[in-house]
Design a protein around this ligand. Structure first.
Ligand SMILES: Nc1ncnc2c1ncn2[C@@H]1O[C@H](COP(=O)(O)OP(=O)(O)OP(=O)(O)O)[C@@H](O)[C@H]1O
Length: 864
């Protein structure tokens, strides 16, 4: 063990308790880091690594950041998922005996940041916790420290659902028990890429009781205790703004698994991971940050309850029909500040005069908002308005106390309004009008004594004095004046009043600043008492913002109010994909119907590549989700069931981080859907089986279709390239074929993006290859080969799809007939055909396609 200096010893001791954080160790005007922290921080922050002698045999690596600019460095580290422990000097160095005492005063972690510049204003910043109770039972809890929101849910269906739930929210950090299985911990880091922190369950303290007392299930209380314990230990300060824990009954919301949320690009796109191009991007017409956060929450949890949905719809409809009111609401909301986060900062003692002024200005707008809402011709909107408390006594308090233009700092005065506090007014008067006041006193004294030459002067030794010439001394009354100085022909006096005023004048500035600071702190305390009311108001205002946003986008994009039916049928007339439509030029999007009555559970969609199969499937899911969050939907009319869950297997899932092949991911996603869906769910399966060899893939696809059809009964859209599967319509009574129409025009394929009933009768692969500008000779040759193959095979292709009986899941017709049909083909022809079918033209470069075709041609001529 090295013989370190006492300061380094102190550092090591503190570091030992903060192993998983960067320790910002305060040394004078710098935060210093040592040893491995220094090496890592210098790399992450791009700052110079130096070293210092610490008493050991080797110099100690060191790097530091100035105290005044530390915020940006901290932000940088926290955004990268690290934690930072702030270690301050907690005694005056002048009074310290030996090494100055230091303590960690705050732990800044990705899930507990409060500083405005580290938070995305339109997004919640969640810290979550997981507590496992038995193999399949978990309690999840959430906290957003910046808004004070707390919630908890129980999951009794296993780990996968836990991950899906967590994936559904913007979570920055998860608190777990050390003994949560290693595999789970690994899974969280890989799939959710969040910071993991550890805390054990603790006793339920009295502060915590207030937050969890109403929860009936003790597991929720225990789960939240873990989270609370962690917040307390990192923050070490008042947590007055934390709201009681809201129990989330997951069964009351549509379940969106993590694949669906990603595949449907609800809040961010798969490729760019940005909001632009997502459903949220289209729908977000909110004007406040609180509204934007609320919308995101609604999108994460579509509703199942008809009554609640109806309520939302009535309000949106009210705003749709009343353009003037809606515009007035939008205008008013624009001047309302983020009350929710402000309440959090009030609790943390982080607000300044300007924040309180903004609070006052916001509260001033609320009565205006209420009168607009009350004047709306829609009962639900009026009712909503009636429940809003505009907290006018707080507004009055702030109005009476705050200056018009307070500074950013809170210790330099200029915050409290004149007239609010008598003493403060006097200080200010004294400071400002000191000379005026002295002049007035001089006049009063002259008048009282009748000495015309009496004057009041000032010098640094005696301060203010009254000077009377010797000739007039006899006019001074006895006792009131105290002589201070004698000059040749005059005497200088002071009076208690003059001295009192003098000290007022001289210290007025200082005193007024001190008093203002005290008054500001008092005011802040008073505002604290309004936190729950402010939070409630913020919640209502954010809802109004979402409603007006829904109405705004619905009018802009001509969305309509959907109706819900209880007979499991879908009737969408001229539906559109909200995002694709928005990015396309006006009128370019081709609307399509979706018709699935009670007895149609599955639509099997065929059609060429690029024709719009996945867009059609996504369109249905997005319309469904929009409908279940209370937004109008892009179509001419829609009657929908309320779906309990949505499962999707769409597009090229890229889960290579987890080391899984695309095909494996496809199977996992399909499995997730098959095992969790109910007959009230919606399943979208796009090109299942594409990731493996043709027969293998086709066999799986058919088996999956049959399973969903017979066992699950969920409404399902299944798109496929395997035209052979369309024969299933004859045997599966609830399955219907539809296809995307494409037409040939002068030898080229033209995508009409129109959905029609029945199966597509041609493969357009070669035409798509043509669109992709593959060399013409290659296209010609492929056309010939295709023709030859088709002639040889005739219509036998369709016959290959077996009409399964219950006991048999086999895919092909019985061996003898198969052999018969294949007797005509030489082995090589079969081989060629298979190879041609397996060519993934869309995934090839023209050169690769050319080579592949050349090889085929070579083989064909060799055989020939
Ligand atoms: N209804 C529509 N109206 C206008 N354009 C559309 C429509 N549907 C799809 N498109 C356009 O066609 C393109 C291809 O659509 P999509 O990806 O849905 O095709 P696909 O049939 O699923 O293709 P693949 O089989 O190759 O996956 C989209 O990028 C979109 O721009």
């Amino acid at each position: 063990m090295a013989n370190y200096t006492p300061m380094i010893e102190q550092y090591l001791k503190i570091k030992a308790n903060n192993r998983d954080s960067f320790l910002f160790f305060r040394l004078g005007d710098f935060y210093e880091m040592f040893f491995d922290d220094a090496i890592k921080a210098s790399r992450e922050l791009e700052i110079t690594l130096t070293s210092r002698d610490g008493g050991g045999t080797e110099r100690i690596p060191m790097c530091g950041v100035p105290y005044h600019s530390a915020a940006n460095y901290i932000k940088n580290l926290v955004e990268k998922g690290y934690k930072v422990a702030i270690c301050e000097q907690v005694e005056d160095p002048k009074e310290a005996k030996g090494v100055v005492k230091r303590e960690v005063v705050q732990l800044i972690t990705p899930g507990t940041v409060m500083e405005g510049n580290m938070l995305d204003e339109k997004e919640n910043n969640y810290l979550a916790s997981i507590s496992q109770f038995d193999l399949d039972t978990f309690v999840l809890t959430y906290n957003d420290l910046s808004t004070g929101e707390n919630s908890a849910a129980i999951i009794e269906t296993g780990w996968e659902r836990v991950v899906s739930e967590l994936f559904n929210r913007p979570i920055k950090e998860i608190v777990i028990a050390k003994d949560l299985p290693e595999a789970f911990q690994q899974d969280l880091m890989e799939r959710l890429q969040v910071t993991l922190s550890f805390a054990e369950n603790t006793e339920i303290s009295s502060e915590l009781t207030q937050l969890v007392d109403h929860l009936t299930d003790s597991r929720l209380k225990q789960g939240f205790a873990r989270l609370y314990h962690y917040i307390q230990s990192t923050q070490q300060r008042a947590l007055d703004h934390l709201k009681p824990v809201q129990f989330i009954e997951l069964n009351e919301y549509m379940m969106l698994d993590m694949y669906s949320k990603r595949n449907l690009e609800l809040t961010e796109t798969i490729m760019k991971k940005g909001k632009q191009g997502s459903l949220l991007w289209v729908l977000d017409q909110t004007v406040t940050a609180m509204g934007a956060r609320k919308l995101k929450k609604w999108l994460e949890r579509p509703l199942l309850n008809h009554r609640l949905l109806d309520q939302r719809y009535q309000i949106v409809e009210g705003f749709m029909e009343d353009f003037m009111s809606r515009e007035a609401v939008r205008e008013t909301l624009k001047s309302i500040y983020d009350l929710e986060r402000l309440a959090g900062r009030v609790a943390f003692g982080n607000v300044n005069g300007r924040d309180l002024l903004q609070l006052k200005n916001s509260l001033e707008k609320v009565p205006q908002l209420l009168s607009i809402l009350l004047a709306c011709n829609q009962k639900e909107i009026n009712n909503l308005a009636k429940t809003i408390d505009p907290i006018q006594e707080l507004k009055t308090l702030l109005e009476n106390s705050l200056e018009q233009d307070p500074p950013l700092t809170i210790k330099e005065g200029g915050i409290i309004k004149t007239g609010f506090h008598e003493q403060l007014d006097e200080y200010r008067d004294a400071a400002k009008n000191g000379k005026q006041w002295i002049a007035e006193l001089e006049q009063q004294e002259k008048k009282a004594t009748n000495i015309k030459s009496l004057k009041i002067g000032y010098n640094r030794v005696f301060g203010y004095y009254i000077e009377v010439t010797k000739a007039n001394l006899h006019l001074l009354p006895e006792g009131k004046y105290e002589r201070k100085q004698t000059l040749t022909n005059a005497e200088r006096y002071i009076t208690p009043e003059l001295k009192e005023k003098e000290s007022l004048i001289l210290t007025a500035q200082e005193k007024s600043v001190d008093l203002e600071y005290r008054l500001f702190l008092e005011l802040r305390e008073q505002v604290k008492a309004y936190i729950p009311q402010l939070q409630h108001l913020a919640d209502q205002i954010s809802e109004i913002d979402v409603y007006q946003g829904f109405a705004t986008i619905s009018e802009q994009q001509a969305y309509v109010r959907p109706t819900f039916n209880k007979n499991r049928s879908i009737a969408i007339v001229k539906g559109r994909h909200p995002v694709v439509e928005k990015v396309m030029k006006d009128g370019m999007y081709v609307p399509n119907d979706v018709t699935m009555n009670e007895s149609t559970d599955m639509l099997l969609i065929t059609g060429p590549n690029m024709s719009g199969k996945s867009t059609y499937m996504r369109q249905l899911a997005l319309i469904t989700i929009m409908a279940q969050i209370g937004c109008f939907v892009p179509c001419e009319s829609a009657s929908l069931p309320v779906f309990d869950k949505i499962f999707t297997r769409i597009g090229a899932a890229d889960d290579l981080v987890a080391g899984q092949s695309t095909f494996m991911v496809e199977m996992l996603e399909a499995n997730h859907a098959l095992t969790n869906a109910t007959e009230n769910s919606l399943i979208l399966l796009d090109e299942i089986g594409r990731g493996t060899s043709t027969y293998d893939g086709m066999a799986l696809a058919q088996a999956i279709i049959e399973y969903v059809h017979d066992q699950v009964g969920a409404k399902t859209l299944f798109s496929t390239h395997y035209h052979e599967l369309t024969a299933l319509e004859e045997t599966l009574s609830n399955l219907k074929n539809i296809h995307v129409r494409a037409e040939e025009f002068e030898g080229r394929v033209v995508f009409l993006h129109q959905i029609q009933s029945g199966a597509a009768d041609e493969s357009y692969g070669i035409h798509v290859a043509k669109l992709a500008a593959l060399p013409e000779p290659l296209i010609d040759r492929a056309t010939i080969i295709l023709k030859e193959l088709e002639e040889k095979q005739g219509k036998e292709k369709k016959a290959e799809v077996i009409q399964t009986d219950e006991s048999q899941l086999s895919f092909f017709v019985s061996e003898p007939s198969l052999n018969q049909s294949r007797e005509h083909q030489s082995k090589s022809e079969q081989h060629l055909r298979k190879e041609l079918q397996q060519l993934k033209l869309m995934e090839m470069t023209p050169m690769e396609a050319m080579n592949a075709l050349y090889q085929l041609q070579k083989k064909a001529s060799e055989e020939g």
